[in-house]
Design a protein around this ligand. Structure first.
Ligand code: ZN
Length: 328
């Protein structure tokens, strides 16, 4: 339903892990075992048993590829071009994992530059450093402390297993990014409940939550998220395959949208889930019953939350208005 409308709608991609977005053709270029086959997790009925098996799966596929800033650049170029040309995306926020810097020894500042430099004309790209709950240690603390000064880095994002405690360094690092005028986000509410969402808002003062599905258990929290003007960068197909939701019909995006919360639609790790941005939007339209004007509003949410000048945002929003007004 609304396939043509979704294709024409200018879009954002706000929740995209650059490692988890590795195009299959690049994986095949370094590992011939992938020639002629796709990851088993691309099957529609595939479900990961738990987050740990997902983590093992993704690391096994992407770590052999992401060994240098040049590789990040090569991958980002292809990812960004496809988003612009095939998905009608105007604005992307993507994160890269401090864990790759830690275990492979790739230079973080050069990686941020390499990703930024891969942005094609007509696509705005913002780059985030993703740090795991236990990602700050003897091997990483020097570059994490320095990362706030990297010119190509637009912000920081809390990644990884939510069940691990949030350590004291996190508050300090997020405060440094905030003080430098950079954007801070956190993955929360994908697996842990409303208490953890409240904790990242209270301690890290983030204005953007990656996922947030588990807020659906707490109507008071939903009102708080709406009143605080929080944006939730949601990923329906990722949620289905990681069993965060039992079905797309049961996805809380519908409820959050109706409660007046700003939500966006994103892919998360398409190498693992086999999804395109179009697939996620189509799921929102067909499985969650979003009407045309509601889909347009979801697109606007992304552009409103974008890190861009007001004049640029106004241009994008006018494009959404124009597509919405087109006769079907
Ligand atoms: Zn994510």
């Amino acid at each position: 339903m609304f396939d043509d409308f979704i294709r024409k709608l200018p879009k954002t991609e706000m929740h995209l892990h650059i490692e988890g977005a590795l195009p299959l053709e690049l994986l095949r270029s370094i590992d011939p075992k992938w020639n002629g086959r796709e990851p088993a997790s691309w099957a529609d009925d595939f479900r990961y048993p738990d987050f740990e098996s997902f983590d093992r799966d993704i690391l096994g596929m992407v770590m052999p590829y992401y060994t240098s800033p040049e590789r990040y650049h090569e991958s980002a170029r292809l990812i960004f071009r496809k988003l612009r040309d095939e998905q009608n995306v105007r604005y992307v926020e993507t994160s890269f994992a401090s864990g790759v810097m830690e275990f492979v020894g790739v230079d973080g500042a050069a990686t941020a530059d390499a990703i930024k430099a891969a942005a094609p004309e007509g696509l705005e790209v913002r780059v985030f450093l993703g740090i795991h709950h236990n990602g700050y240690n003897a091997r990483t603390q020097a570059f994490i402390d320095d990362s706030v000064n990297w010119k190509s880095l637009d912000g920081v994002d809390l990644h990884g297993a939510e069940t691990m405690p949030m350590e004291a360094w996190t508050d300090r690092v997020w405060a440094k990014f905030r003080d430098a005028g950079k954007m801070t986000k956190a993955h929360a509410g994908e697996f842990c409940g409303p208490d953890f969402i409240r904790e990242v808002i209270r301690r890290l003062k983030v204005t953007r939550i990656e996922h947030g599905e588990k807020a659906s258990r707490d109507p008071t929290l939903l009102a708080e998220l709406r009143d605080a003007g929080m944006t939730l960068d949601m990923c329906p197909i990722s949620n289905l395959k990681l069993k965060v939701v039992p079905s797309l019909k049961a996805h809380p995006l519908r409820r959050f949208f109706d409660a007046g919360i700003s939500c966006t639609v994103n892919t998360d790790d398409p190498l693992c889930f086999g999804n395109t941005l179009f697939d996620d939007w189509q799921a929102v339209a067909t499985e969650m019953g979003f009407a045309r004007h509601e889909l347009a509003e979801l697109a606007r949410n992304g552009f409103r939350a974008a890190l861009a000048d007001n004049a640029v945002k106004a241009k994008w929003l006018a494009e959404v208005d124009a597509v919405e007004k087109m006769t079907v």
